[in-house]
Ligand binder design. Structure first.
Ligand code: BYC
Ligand code: FE
Ligand code: FE
Length: 471
């Protein structure tokens, strides 16, 4: 099959010979990477997947059985709605760029490479999960997320190939060479080197880490570099499914935890072979504190530069704000000085990582309220909480201190004394891993998780979402 047939696209691939040649050279390496580092096993199974074959509502969500290596990883830009302008920063109001401005080449490439690197990293982190899926429904959702992260890599590699010449081609190769968790060639951002080898971590990852993706992509979708804005905007349409997987996945584990707690004479969900609520809380503490690092330093001249130059805006910059220069405003944030937390005023542009983190944290708080409603409905008094964003940080202005779950400064000895109570221990991890036994009967679910409310795309819950032994 010709490459232009196998890559659905709306970037006129057929008439851009140079781009086509670059992608033709990269594609076999991508497939080789997918074979080695993508989902372990299941490559000959038929999976009921959604494929984007066009950008309009009827084309971007086509459902059918597909073998993963035959998935059609496409290249799509959300269509422009007339003239676009740089919406913020020092050049606010000038025409948006359809080529890379020479002086911004370095930092723009760096942003795109950082974004791109997370996509294959997450696939690598999740590659062993298929063998312990709690149901065919969850197995299918895992693979849906994986192929779409693969497509997000394609989206960024397209930008590197089309707009960054030889440097871009080299970066595209390097994206297939780094490996999650590898000591010598790790992925760029730390969260993407953490093992995600059981399903509670998978749901936390798609809840908290993919949600960083949502906010970073949204900030980039405001970009004055028009191809980046339109590529990330289309990625966001797929991203919402990843977030759904995490948020509802955790809700299902929570619901089941409540049922088993009530079933057990001593209120111990573990004694009933389930995951208990305090264990879920520890996983939240770990994954939330790891994900908040992804927003970068609280006080950041990089963030100020990205904004000033029109490369990366605030969440919903165009719609939500009136002053798009953000030059005279200040942002007040808690800082640690002399062992105490006190408010400090920072020029707004230097605080933009924190501004984006604020949006993220309130979105996570909304999800926690939803899980707590599920607990309340079952009549239990336990409540889940997000840890304070200062808790367990190793980057940014809070990394030099230690903080409790409420964000109060404590000594590092106190932190260590509470570590096993606040964060997953080796025993906790071993226990959760011990529950991970595959359930591959249509309509059946592992004991530690509730079934979802409905199937996928109007299919019933007992639909055969994955045909394991297809040929
Ligand atoms: N780990 O000013 P600072 C997704 C570095 S997720 C390691 O604080 P800045 C997805 C930084 O590079 C979304 N290093 O930070 C989710 C800098 O280095 P230099 C991914 C880090 O630059 C799930 C130094 O520390 N997209 O899509 O303002 C599944 C100080 O920099 C980290 C993006 O990230 C870290 N966590 O902000 C699949 C968007 N944080 O200059 C996919 C693009 C900072 O001293 N990236 N450093 O050498 C960016 O916009 C920015 O690079 C960041 C960092 C927001 C990440
Ligand atoms: Fe992604
Ligand atoms: Fe994602």
């Amino acid at each position: 099959m010709a490459l232009t047939d196998s890559i659905p696209n709306n970037v006129d691939l057929t008439s851009d010979r140079k781009l086509l040649r670059a992608l033709e050279k990269w594609q076999p390496n991508f497939l080789q990477w997918w074979k080695e580092m993508g989902p372990d096993g299941f490559q000959t199974s038929d999976i009921y997947l959604r494929t984007a074959i066009d950008v309009d509502p009827s084309g971007w969500a086509t459902y059918d059985y597909v073998k993963m290596p035959d998935y059609r990883w496409g290249i799509f830009l959300t269509p422009s709605k007339g003239d676009r302008f740089v919406n913020f920063g020092d050049s606010a109001g000038t025409e948006a760029w359809s080529e890379v401005p020479g002086e911004l080449r370095g930092i723009l490439r760096r942003i795109i490479v950082t974004q791109a690197d997370t996509e294959p990293a997450s696939v690598e982190q999740q590659r062993q999960l298929g063998s312990t899926a709690p149901s065919l429904y969850d197995l299918r959702n895992l693979f849906q997320v994986n192929v779409e992260e693969g497509r997000h890599l394609w989206a960024m590699v397209h930008l590197l190939h089309q707009y960054f010449g030889r440097d871009g081609r080299e970066e595209a190769e390097a994206l297939l060479e780094r490996r999650s968790g590898d000591a010598d060639k790790p992925r760029i951002l730390q969260t993407f080197n953490e093992p995600t080898d059981e399903w509670l971590s998978f749901f936390c990852f798609t809840m908290f880490t993919d949600r960083d993706g949502k906010y970073q992509l949204a900030a980039l979708s405001e970009s004055g570099f028009d191809p980046l804005a339109r590529a990330t905007q289309f990625m966001l349409t797929e991203e919402s499914f990843h977030l759904f997987t995490g948020e509802t996945g955790l809700e299902r584990v929570v619901r089941r935890a409540c049922e088993l707690t009530k079933q057990d004479p001593n209120g111990d969900a573990r004694a009933q072979g389930g995951i208990d609520l305090p264990t879920i809380q520890k996983w939240i503490n770990f994954w939330f504190s790891s994900a908040v690092e992804l927003f970068g330093g609280e006080i950041s001249s990089n963030a100020a530069d990205y904004f000033a130059t029109g490369l990366k805006g605030r969440y919903r910059e165009a719609g939500k704000y009136e002053d798009h220069r953000a030059l005279d405003e200040i942002y007040s944030m808690p800082v640690l000085e002399g062992g105490k937390v006190h408010q400090k005023e920072v020029p707004l542009r230097n605080a933009l990582n924190e501004v984006l983190r604020d949006e993220y944290v309130s979105d996570c708080e909304r999800a926690v309220r939803r899980w707590n409603r599920a607990i309340e409905e079952q009549g239990l008094a336990f409540r889940l909480h997000l840890p304070n964003r200062r808790f367990n940080r190793s980057l940014g202005i809070y990394a030099s201190g230690s903080f409790d779950l409420e964000g109060q400064p404590i000594s590092s000895d106190e932190f260590e004394a509470h570590r096993a109570e606040w964060l997953p221990t080796e025993e906790d991890r071993a226990y959760v891993r011990s529950l991970m036994k595959p359930v591959y009967e249509p309509g059946q679910f592992a004991n530690w998780i509730s079934p979802p409310k409905k199937g996928v795309y109007q299919q019933p819950l007992d639909f055969e979402f994955v045909r394991l032994d297809a040929n």
